[in-house]
Write a protein that binds this ligand. Structure first.
Ligand SMILES: Cc1cc2nc3c(=O)[nH]c(=O)nc-3n(C[C@H](O)[C@H](O)[C@H](O)COP(=O)(O)O)c2cc1C
Length: 177
């Protein structure tokens, strides 16, 4: 028996996705005229071996075609880098961009994490393309994270040192747990 599926209301879909709290990254890469970037919260870990991550990039973004088969860096932002998140979302102009060179792609100085990637695979993601990158270098620092929740930037506080960590790693959870 088939049942008719009602069409999804796009506003409700957006509202639902907006209630998934995320961090905020800027994906940076070498463009034809120099370093470029765009703000991205559709970032996800994929695999430990090989080390893979993904970012989902709108087909209509200027970066889309420039990023295809191009090395890129995922810069995970700190709360004090909100102005950079706005700049790379085309919302306002941040005069000084703290660029520096990574091995294959540019990075933003002061980010919480840098994940430098070489292109691994690209998948069709509807009106987006899913770029899977192989992490070839990384840098981790300490600090709070910039978050995005219900269409707002929010600070995400680092855990207090006395807070116990979970006894397992999400990658190691048995799937029938
Ligand atoms: C918090 C936030 C998250 C965003 N996440 C994404 C994303 O995951 N993928 C995407 O393609 N655009 C995302 N955008 C929109 C792009 O940053 C924006 O369209 C940008 O201007 C594209 O730049 P470009 O046209 O120079 O490539 C996001 C914007 C904001 C403010």
């Amino acid at each position: 028996m088939t049942s008719a599926v009602r069409p999804l209301d796009p506003n409700s879909f957006r509202a639902a996705l907006g209630r998934f709290a995320s961090g905020v990254t800027v994906v940076t890469y070498r463009g034809p005229g120099g370093p470029r970037g765009l703000t991205v919260n559709a970032f996800c870990s994929v695999s430990l071996d090989p080390p893979l991550i993904l970012v989902s990039i709108a087909r209509w973004a200027r970066s889309h075609d420039m990023l295809l088969n191009q090395p890129f860096t995922v810069n995970v932002l700190k709360p004090q880098q909100e102005a950079l998140a706005k700049h790379f979302a085309g919302m306002d102009n941040h005069a000084q961009i703290p660029w520096y060179d990574g091995q294959l792609s540019p990075r933003l100085y002061g980010a919480l994490v840098h994940l430098e990637c070489s292109p691994w695979r690209t998948y069709d993601g509807g009106d987006h393309s899913i770029l899977v990158g192989q992490v070839i270098d990384l840098q981790v620092s300490e600090g709070d994270a910039l978050g995005f929740f219900c269409s707002r930037f929010v600070p995400i506080a680092r855990p207090i040192p006395s807070q116990p960590t979970l006894p397992f790693d999400p990658f190691e959870l048995p799937y029938d747990a």
